[in-house]
Design a binder for this molecule. Structure first.
Ligand code: SF4
Length: 268
């Protein structure tokens, strides 16, 4: 009986896989998008185990579980209120070393793209504005080459709103504590697409914690199952290694084509 159930499930899952392949081929043909292939190899066995109530240890990693927000925090339902909450936030140790919180900047009226970097640097910490140092200048050039401007159709923010001392990477508990702000910003701003810059932001928003940038870049994900999202290298990494310019440009063009934005040097 067990074998019969397993076979029936495997057949059903195989059909689902075929349907997804057909869907992917159609979308790829039109939008040049890539999807993760589903892996059903152990799914039938897992479903059967669950049906029979077997209390086995879960070996597979869940695809993505957003971090839980603590019950003591009430998120503002408007962006101004959220920025004000953020400005006086003391949810993690970075509050004690910051000059200013760096909440975000740009178009908030359903922009084409919401850009998410990792955390503020020295100039950002002084000014309270994201991406205004050398990496910011490069980002502005990168974005304008695909017709994105913070004045009109693009919003820029970071996963962590306070500068980590000596520009170190934010620690996991700092990212966990601050993540609720960027998630609420995305929910309130409702961009048409998201661009993640660098491994920190890409891992956090895709939920793929163990992946390298080479694995994450250039593919479309769906944030919360609905907002298209693409990852690429951080402009600071491009400043350190100019070989990364080409893959970043390829990723930006992919995003621009998806949103039907003008691309520098190409006729629309
Ligand atoms: S980094 Fe985020 S969570 Fe930490 S104090 Fe700053 S705003 Fe609050």
């Amino acid at each position: 009986m067990q074998e019969d159930k397993k076979k029936a499930l495997e057949t059903a899952l195989g059909k689902t896989g075929d349907l997804m392949n057909m869907f992917e081929k159609t979308v790829r043909k039109n939008w040049d998008m890539e999807f993760e292939q589903p892996d059903y190899s152990r799914t039938a066995e897992m479903i059967l185990r669950n049906l029979e109530g077997e209390d086995e240890k879960q070996e597979e990693k869940p695809a993505f579980i957003p971090p839980r927000e603590s019950a003591d925090i009430r998120l503002s339902l408007d962006l101004g209120g959220l920025a004000a909450d953020c400005a006086k936030c003391t949810r993690c140790r970075l509050a004690s070393t910051r000059t200013k919180t760096v909440f975000g900047d740009g178009c908030i009226a359903r922009p084409d793209v919401l850009v998410v970097g990792e955390g503020p640097g020295e100039t950002e910490d002084k000014t309270g504005l994201p991406f205004v140092g050398r990496a910011g200048e490069l980002l502005t050039k990168m974005l304008s080459s695909i017709s994105l401007y913070r004045e009109s159709n693009c919003y820029i923010t970071n996963t962590v709103k306070c500068r980590p001392p000596e520009n170190r990477d934010p620690l996991p508990d700092e990212k966990q504590a601050c993540g609720l702000y960027v998630r609420q910003q995305i929910a309130l701003i409702r961009p048409k697409a998201i661009l993640c810059l660098g491994r920190g932001a890409s891992c956090m928003l895709t939920g793929q914690e163990d992946c390298s940038m080479a694995q994450l870049r250039g593919r479309f994900f769906f944030y919360d199952g609905s907002i298209p999202m693409i990852c690429t290298y951080h402009p600071a990494a491009v400043l350190r290694n100019t070989d990364l310019k080409r893959p970043v440009w390829e990723d930006l063009k992919k995003l621009a084509r998806f949103l039907n934005l003008g691309i520098a040097g190409e006729r629309k």
